[in-house]
Design a protein around this ligand. Structure first.
Ligand code: FES
Length: 153
């Protein structure tokens, strides 16, 4: 199965349910988009390896260029919480602190976790493939880059 086969079978009113590896899904999603299928009609499930825990990684990778401690403000819920570098992503940090942001892929592909960034900067841990509006970020693959980050959550 490849993009050409999918495009030959595309019915624009249909909904598409895909599952597979991230590279496979990215290829098929791009093909459907090129064929005029709106992203809202494409659903998918990723087959990936379990993510590493922070203790599985060398410190240099965990810390990267990100700050080690940051003040994260969840503006809608009026919470300010200290973020530590051992947290996987801002999505996981939000969840660990009682918030329930929307998500799907947790890989930067679907765009479901897109959130307005009201202040500060984040750094992506992997390159997002979803389209992201200016002033918004994908919290599933980002960590704080500045000492203060304000999210519209
Ligand atoms: S949950 Fe899919 S891009 Fe973040």
């Amino acid at each position: 199965m490849d993009v050409d086969l999918i495009q030959s079978l595309v019915i624009e009113e249909a909904e598409y349910f895909l599952c597979g590896s991230p590279p496979f899904l990215e290829s098929i999603r791009a093909g459907l988009k090129d064929a005029g299928v709106p992203e809202s009609q494409v659903f998918f499930e990723l087959f990936t390896k379990a993510s590493k825990t922070a203790s599985d990684r060398p410190d240099a990778e965990v810390n990267g260029d990100n700050v080690k401690v940051a003040e994260i403000v969840f503006a809608q819920s009026n919470q300010t919480i200290t973020w530590q570098a051992d947290t996987e992503s801002l999505l996981e940090f939000a969840e660990a602190n009682g918030l329930n942001p929307p998500y799907s892929c947790r890989q930067g592909i679907c765009g479901t976790c897109e959130c307005k960034l009201l202040e500060g900067e984040v750094e992506y841990q992997t390159t997002p493939t979803a389209t992201v509006e200016d002033g918004s970020v994908l919290i599933c693959i980002s960590k704080p880059k500045t000492a203060k980050v304000v999210l519209d959550l």
